[in-house]
Design a protein around this ligand. Structure first.
Ligand SMILES: Nc1ncnc2c1ncn2[C@@H]1O[C@H](COP(=O)(O)OP(=O)(O)O)[C@@H](O)[C@H]1O
Ligand SMILES: [Mg+2]
Length: 328
């Protein structure tokens, strides 16, 4: 069973310089109770992907093609605003880099944690008990008295844990987390990742986790999607993608250093060149201009090649791992 099935999703923005295709033919599945990571350089379409799923694209954006199916029965690209709002924050919830996006500075933590339960049918006393329980789960000390305190009275790491507690309060089927640990220092980041994993198991939800931190992806995620310039260039289990990359872009990100995936690599390595202008997408392979393995076939768009058991890459060389890995 899949919690979310994205198929052929194509999204564009109208800009002064013409139409910008931010996502092209994006397909992937988030299976039940799995953590799926999305990795890619800035500008490759990670936030657009989330916004398209949540029905929160900017006014100049639109879905040109494709489908986003939630729990096999709800087509999110056709859901009305009020149905979508009901789904968000209840069946699908979010955590972002800045916890203050989720927390209101002028309301006490308890007030806000009770508010998010307004659709729960719980009594006031039950809502308070549930808020305390969630604060304990995210290891906020003195959970009872913490309810009467305000967001600014907590440290950055604690604020993010409170935001996570709020996101998971209604036991969503899917948590979407966009760089939730990027603003935290390394020690807090490890603790927050461990906590997320524990809560995910506890609640039995799925997670779509966006990050450009490869170490965190390797540690947390069951599966990985590698995005480049709005396309999924590779997907598979974390082990498949990290141990046996089949797209030169993935290979360059990992730098073919087996130790690398165990290190806490906080930033993606720099690859010479830039993402192409998405208003004038080049013909053929989207990565060709920066690829160390570019050859004549790349003038044609490569198909998505399945290389085994859910592992796939959009590269002419995908079937030939040794060729992908040559750096010269
Ligand atoms: N509202 C918008 N109008 C025009 N272009 C946009 C808009 N939002 C995003 N983009 C463009 O879409 C591309 C993908 O952006 P984004 O999804 O924010 O990438 P990421 O989150 O991976 O950094 C970028 O080229 C960005 O400039
Ligand atoms: Mg982004």
């Amino acid at each position: 069973m899949s919690v979310l099935s994205v198929n052929g999703l194509t999204v564009s923005f109208t800009t002064d310089g013409g139409t910008l295709t931010a996502l092209r033919d994006v397909s992937f599945d988030i299976p039940d109770q799995r953590i799926v990571g999305v990795v890619g350089e800035s500008g490759c379409g990670k936030s657009t992907l989330i916004n398209a799923i949540l029905g929160l694209l900017a006014d100049n954006g639109r879905i040109d093609a494709g489908s986003v199916l939630f729990q096999n029965d709800r087509e999110l690209t056709r859901l009305g605003d009020s149905d979508m709002r009901a789904l968000r924050g209840q069946r699908i919830s979010t955590v972002f880099q800045d916890p203050m996006g989720a927390l209101n500075p002028v309301l006490s933590v308890g007030h806000q944690m009770i508010n998010v339960q307004y659709r729960s049918g719980r009594s006031k006393a039950e809502k308070i008990a549930r808020a305390v329980e969630m604060l304990r789960k995210v290891r906020i000390p003195d959970a009872d008295t913490a309810l009467s305190r305000y967001p600014h009275q907590f440290s950055g790491g604690m604020k993010q844990r409170i935001a996570i507690a709020m996101a998971l309060m209604m036991e969503p089927a899917l948590l979407i987390a966009d760089e939730p640990t990027t603003a935290l220092d390394a020690t807090l980041e490890v603790a927050t990742i461990e906590l997320l994993k524990e809560l995910q198991r506890d609640i039995g939800c799925s997670v779509l986790f966006i990050s450009h931190h490869l170490g965190v992806i390797a540690e947390l995620c069951d599966e990985v999607i590698v995005m480049y310039a709005g396309e999924v260039v590779e997907r598979g289990t974390t082990r498949q993608v990290f141990n046996d990359p089949r797209h030169p872009y993935t290979f360059r990100l990992l730098d073919c250093d087996p130790a690398r995936q165990h290190q806490r690599v906080r930033h993606l390595p720099t690859i010479p060149g830039e993402i192409p202008d998405l208003r004038r997408r080049p013909e053929g392979c989207i990565f060709a201009a920066r690829c160390h393995r570019v050859h004549y076939a790349c003038m044609r768009t490569p198909p998505v090649t399945e290389v085994g058991n859910g592992h796939a890459a959009r590269c002419w060389l995908a079937g030939n791992p040794e060729t992908v890995k040559v750096t010269a």
